[in-house]
Design a protein around this ligand. Structure first.
Ligand SMILES: Nc1nc2c(ncn2[C@@H]2O[C@H](COP(=O)(O)OP(=O)(O)OP(=O)(O)O)[C@@H](O)[C@H]2O)c(=O)[nH]1
Ligand SMILES: [Mg+2]
Length: 427
């Protein structure tokens, strides 16, 4: 079974809590604080699995939770770090935000991506001793690990897409030019999901080609296998448009070419403009002198497309097809890699589902800001890092925290407290 998009839930581990403990030893009257720090929570890391070509494994497992960090212990013992969870995906997988459909990361651009960071471990009480506070009876809790839902969507990494009506010989051609062994038979919709094959080229690494089945007139309206598989040729640099020129079914090759083109156009204008080589298949049983084929040749010439006559049965023309494809690929721009569309701000909000309540209350001369999303969000900020602080500020503005503070009457220089983090209000 072929699965190429699926929603999963991931959660990084929480940070362990810091410990409250005091040193005890015989003959030592009052030992100092020695509570250790909590361990870091495990991350959620995506890794490319080069052999894989479907998201099928996720059908059976859709929830991934990384281990939490251990709590700190007495005697300055640091809690254990939580183990990371590694999620293996095919190379062309896009990680998307399910709500907006925006791309978070394209696994074609790097072999590894940390999607959710584990929470930080809280400090043990030994960090909080000061000359005036020698017996700190508190420690910090660990912060929460990031969590979210993501949509995994596979867009194959094929450089070349093989398209055309059912039964024209797409799979036969792929099976002759690559190691792929797709099913071949004399009826429509033999192939029910895309096949990938590596086409070897002399003295080079070759290229990946995908056989895209199920395209017929009306596919945009859901006929045949619909348009679902077209996503796998979106990255393709070149399309091999296979047409049956034997006219065994009595249809006109020029019309067939146009019908597939118009289906492509309905899916995406851009895909319809992708360079094509026309592969005139079944030349072994075609009359190349017929009016119909002469008209077809003229039609392709007008469209500016090269035609190559082949026979997937006799093997005629296949070397020429591979050479022409290879030559063309060298002239064309590289495979499409998608840029992330998701900003860190979106991410912070996405992580916590939807931003819900924020409350601001006044306690003496302090303004206390609270909200569950904020509690989670604070765990992601590194307050000793300038960039991270700027980001923090942007999210506060975007989520209306600054406005709420103003409504509550905050003035320049007042103290604002957000879960242990205190700062002076300057604006
Ligand atoms: N005579 C002749 N028959 C061919 C040639 N290429 C393919 N065929 C036959 O055409 C039929 C369909 O071939 P497939 O490769 O399964 O066609 P397809 O385009 O993959 O079809 P779907 O998977 O249904 O979309 C089979 O019976 C093949 O043997 C050819 O060059 N000459
Ligand atoms: Mg097929």
């Amino acid at each position: 079974m072929f699965i190429d998009n699926i929603k999963i839930y991931v959660k990084a581990g929480n940070g362990g809590n810091g410990a409250v403990s005091f040193h005890r030893e015989k003959y030592v009257a009052a030992g100092g604080p020695d509570g250790g720090d909590g361990g870091r929570g495990g991350n959620i890391i995506f890794k490319v699995d080069t052999g894989a070509n479907t998201l099928l494994a996720f059908r059976y497992k859709r929830k991934f939770v990384a281990e939490s960090g251990g709590d700190g212990k007495a005697d300055k013992m640091h809690g254990k770090n939580g183990a990371d969870v590694i999620i293996k995906v095919p190379e062309g997988t896009l990680i998307k935000d399910p709500e907006t459909g925006k791309i978070i990361f394209d696994m074609a651009s790097a072999p590894e991506y940390v999607l959710c960071k584990g929470g930080r471990g809280g400090w043990g009480n030994r960090h909080f001793a000061t000359p005036t506070r020698q017996i700190p009876r508190f420690a910090k809790s660990g912060t929460k690990g990031e969590e979210r839902e993501v949509l995994l969507e596979l867009k194959m990494l094929a450089e070349v897409g093989i398209i055309g009506f059912p039964n024209v010989g797409k799979s036969s051609i792929l099976s002759r030019i690559s190691q792929a062994k797709p099913k071949i038979a004399n009826y429509h919709f033999t192939t029910l999901s895309p096949n990938l094959g590596v086409v070897k080229v002399k003295g080079d690494s070759g290229f990946l080609a995908a056989d895209i089945p199920g395209l017929i007139e009306g596919a945009a309206e859901g006929l045949g296998l619909g348009h679902a598989f077209l996503r796998h040729i979106e990255r393709c640099r070149l399309l091999l448009h296979v047409v049956d020129i034997s006219s065994a079914d009595g249809t006109d090759p020029s019309e067939n070419l146009d019908k597939i083109d118009s289906e492509l156009k309905k899916y995406s204008e851009e895909l319809a403009k992708r360079p094509q080589i026309v592969v005139a298949n079944k030349v072994d049983s075609a009359d190349t002198e017929s009016d119909e084929i002469k008209k077809f040749v003229e039609h392709c010439r007008k469209l500016g497309r090269e035609i190559i006559y082949v026979s997937a049965v006799s093997g005629e023309g296949l070397d020429k097809l591979v050479d022409a494809t290879w030559k063309k690929l060298k002239e064309l721009p590289p495979l499409t890699i998608y840029e992330p569309e998701f900003t860190p701000e979106d991410n912070a909000i996405g992580n916590i589902g939807s931003v819900t309540e924020t409350t601001v209350r006044r306690e003496n001369d302090k303004f206390i800001v609270e909200g569950e999303w904020l509690y989670n969000f604070m765990g992601q900020i590194n307050f000793s890092d300038y960039e991270s602080l700027n980001f923090f500020q942007r999210v506060l503005i975007k989520n209306g925290v600054i406005d709420k503070l103003r409504e509550a009457g905050v003035k320049e220089g007042d103290t604002v407290s957000i879960y242990d983090f205190e700062f002076d209000f300057v604006y």
